[in-house]
Design a protein around this ligand. Structure first.
Ligand SMILES: C[S@@+](CC[C@H](N)C(=O)[O-])C[C@H]1O[C@@H](n2cnc3c(N)ncnc32)[C@H](O)[C@@H]1O
Length: 389
């Protein structure tokens, strides 16, 4: 078993620092933040732990090597020098995928087959195999990513992307990625003892992610990872990581989370998703017009991803909704409001400039995350009684 590994937690544009904070919170040091990724060194147990716990990263990749390569010869020789045998077993299946940006080696299929050939040669020598490699064993997805002539060789440890928590049994038209929803919650200062509402909840992603955060439930608890089958990670390391997650969960933490939406079908879906996430009836779901939302408590958090008004005929209605939301929330200055939208006129329609804004991508859509910090009275009641609409 290798003593130390270098891992890359990939991150959507704009979320790198949040992923970095999560990595640090897991106890890892030497964390380097780059565009689209967070690199850190750790022992092998970080592979299960990072996969289980990182809420906002897209994937966790194992970094095998990083070097300059401007010719196929260089790519082949440098790839062959890397210690593939420490990770890939003699019967391991290892397809090679690739990408190339602003690099002399621009033919991705050629780069992939050269890397494949170099790994095959290395494994045959190291594992003492004279015929062909069977590739009938565990799955290792190797990636060669070239950027400005630098090759990054990784093996994906996650399998399906980390946004696939395993709870989404249904979804609406424009569901948020679970990783982005978790980031939206983490950007706020919400603590689990405070009211939390998403009045445009759709399939419930934001509310579900808030509940998982609120009870400190590892987001990967309900799913499997490609590296669970890998020979160099002893099964005990996985068992310990799952046990740690089980011990850390605080199922007794009461929560006051409400998700509401105009569409009754989506409310049903949200309810099913929350059940699947193991949250039972911890979240209150309600079919309701946003304009009927009336906070009954102080110091709550409204975190939402409303319609953006990008579709034909939708714009006016959406603009009216933003205006209505601003009018409602004006009477509740202790509430903090966080809205993700691509509508550039949001602040004007809402009727107030945001305390803070952050550029984020929702898939390919450029959005802003408008943040209005609630006014904090001197004594904050943390009593959850009477919460509701
Ligand atoms: C962008 S989607 C939210 C998606 C959600 N974040 C998810 O992950 O599934 C916006 C939601 O707002 C709801 N909606 C539209 N107009 C509404 C209104 N006036 N009141 C309440 N909900 C409304 C839609 O039904 C839709 O589910």
């Amino acid at each position: 078993m290798p003593k130390k590994v270098t891992l890359i937690a990939t991150a959507a544009m704009g979320l790198e620092s949040i992923v970095g904070n999560e990595v640090k919170a897991l106890g890892y040091e030497n964390v380097t933040i780059e565009n689209g990724r967070v690199i850190f060194e750790a022992d092998v147990s970080a592979i299960p732990r990072a996969n289980l716990w990182l809420r906002t990263a897209d994937r966790v990749k194992l970094l095998v090597g990083r070097f300059k390569a401007t010719t196929f010869d260089e790519l082949f020789e440098r790839t062959k020098e890397l210690p593939w045998e420490a990770f890939i077993e003699e019967d391991g299946e290892f397809p090679v995928v690739g990408k190339s940006v602003k690099s002399k080696l621009y033919s991705v299929p050629d780069c992939q087959s050269i890397v494949k050939k170099a790994i095959v040669e290395k494994l045959k020598v190291k594992h003492g195999i004279t015929t062909w490699l069977k590739e009938t064993g565990s799955f290792y997805r190797v990636e060669v990513a070239l950027h400005k002539d630098e090759a990054l060789l990784t093996i994906d440890t996650s399998g399906s992307g980390l946004h696939k928590r395993g709870y989404r049994v249904g979804q609406g038209e424009a569901p948020l990625k679970e990783t982005l929803a978790a980031a939206l919650v983490q950007i706020t200062n919400w603590t689990p003892d405070q009211p939390f509402v998403d009045p445009f909840c759709g399939s419930g992603t934001i509310a579900i992610e808030a509940a998982l955060i609120g009870q400190n439930i590892a987001p990967g608890f309900n799913r499997e990872f490609a590296s669970e089958e890998w020979g160099f990670i002893p099964p005990k390391v996985w068992d310990d990581a799952f046990q740690e997650a089980e011990d850390a969960a605080n199922y007794d933490q009461p929560l006051q989370i409400i998700g509401s939406d105009l569409d009754p079908t989506l409310i049903e879906i949200a309810q099913k998703n929350a059940m699947e996430a193991g949250l039972g009836d911890l979240i209150t779901w309600k079919q309701m017009q946003m304009s009927d939302f009336k906070p009954k408590q102080e110091n709550g958090y409204l975190v939402s991803n409303p319609p953006y008004g990008e579709r034909m005929g939708e714009r006016e209605e959406v603009e009216q909704m933003y205006h209505d939301l601003g009018t409602i929330m004006r009477d509740h200055p202790s509430w903090s409001v966080y809205i993700l939208t691509s509508h550039e006129g949001f602040e004007k329609l809402y009727g107030k400039p945001a305390t803070k804004k952050r550029k984020l991508f929702n898939g390919f859509i450029k959005t802003d995350y408008y943040q209005y910090f609630g006014r904090r009275p001197k004594s904050i009641s943390k009593n959850g009684k009477g919460f509701g609409f």
